[in-house]
Design a protein around this ligand. Structure first.
Ligand code: AIR
Length: 377
């Protein structure tokens, strides 16, 4: 049977770009989301209003779908597992979603498969930290604390001085990780099909000079650790159950590579592939959803990509400053996700630049950063 109806759990920007790619392949999409005016509603044949946690709503979505996929991992994975057991095709495999949803489970699973990661331990709620717990860490000053579930886009992650943690306890279980330094961050998108696994060129995530915030992404990443990064990403995806598109985020400190985390879906670090690769990350997932193997994506231009975020201290209507200037430029694209309201740090759109030379792209991006902004309306 030919696959042409895809059920997508989640109706955000990632769903929207997946739909734009798949429509060119003749696919149609039903989207499950709780808001009518979500970004993916525009291209979807049908929007099922409901909850990503509700087994009933997921079953309803599945009724008319040949295949199910996700664009956010905060979904009822057990409901997807039950549907898979009844014969529904689900990509990524619900087992992979279950492993990835819980950051401690993800770390433990990858450790069992000998994937290099920062040292970690799980701290139970209401238990005080003791100094001996940090002996295994290379960083003696700071640690990273993560909520086990639910956090995304940096939410639910905090850096803490070790000194302040001792004798401290928290309301919930936490994953405690070694804070790798000096830190560089990279991502690789890997598509795993039945007979073939392919990956995109490495992306460098350039962190803001003022702190822990992502400034922009660059493809290709210039790093002497390319081989280790690729090996780690492929080994991690190989270890996960089932097929799918996986974004593997990693740290590198000049000598070692450490897996940060995996997303079993299209990812922020792959937007630029729409413009600078022969196949985008969304095309790759759509190939898999149709039962095909992934293609080998070739990069034909370098690219830089910057998220356009909701301004601090503002929730409400917004507009893009500088859009007219972008419209006059070549090889620059401002993607507006069409979200109804802005919230602090919410991803509302992104800016992609592509061309022959990374240095020129960086320079142009720096200039555009002063001109292109999301502002309260
Ligand atoms: N998303 C999913 N995991 C991480 C991210 N950024 C995308 C998905 C999801 C959307 O962000 O496309 O639907 C949710 O965005 P928001 O702004 O409504 O929280």
């Amino acid at each position: 049977m030919k696959t042409n109806k895809v059920g997508v759990l989640g109706g955000g920007q990632l769903g929207r770009m997946l739909i734009e790619s798949g429509k060119k392949m003749g696919l149609t999409y039903h989207v499950l989301e709780s808001h009518v005016d979500c970004p993916a509603a525009m291209g979807a044949e049908k929007l099922e209003l409901g909850s990503l946690q509700s087994a009933t709503d997921i079953e309803k979505l599945a009724e008319e779908a040949d295949v199910l996929t996700i664009e956010i991992e905060k979904v009822n994975a057990k409901a997807l597992q039950a549907l898979k057991e009844k014969g529904k095709v689900v990509i990524p495999d619900p087992q992979s979603i279950l492993i990835i949803q819980n950051k401690a489970r993800q770390r433990q699973y990858l450790a069992q498969h000998s994937i290099s990661q920062p040292a970690f331990f799980v701290q139970k709620a209401h238990q005080s930290f003791e100094s001996h717990q940090f002996v295994q860490f290379s960083n003696r000053q700071k640690v990273v604390l993560k909520f086990l579930e639910g956090g995304y886009d940096g939410k639910g992650v905090q850096i803490w001085p070790i000194q302040e943690l001792e004798a401290q306890s928290f309301e919930q279980d936490l994953l405690v990780e070694d804070c790798i330094q000096p830190l560089e961050e990279y991502a690789i998108l890997v598509a795993k099909g039945k007979e073939k696994m392919t990956s995109f060129p490495i992306v460098k995530m350039v962190v803001h000079e003022k702190g822990n915030l992502l400034d922009h992404l660059e493809m290709p990443a210039q790093t002497h650790q390319a081989e280790d990064l690729k090996k780690t990403a492929l080994a991690a995806v190989e270890a996960l159950p089932g097929l799918g598109l996986f974004a593997v985020e990693m740290f590198a400190d000049g000598s070692n590579v450490y897996l940060n985390e995996i997303a079993p879906r299209p990812h922020n670090s792959g937007h630029q592939s729409i413009h600078n690769c022969t196949y985008s990350q969304y095309d790759q997932l759509n190939f898999l959803l149709q039962g095909q193997n992934p293609k080998l994506p070739k990069m034909h231009s370098a690219s830089v990509m910057m998220n356009l975020l909701g301004p601090e201290g503002w929730e409400g209507n917004y507009f893009y400053q500088g859009q007219e200037e972008i419209n006059q430029m070549q090889q620059v694209h401002l993607y507006d996700y069409g979200k109804s309201i802005s919230k602090p740090q919410r991803k509302l759109g992104h800016l992609t630049l592509w061309g022959d030379d990374l240095l020129t792209l960086r320079k142009t991006l720096k200039e555009l950063k002063q001109k292109v902004k999301v502002l309260p309306a």
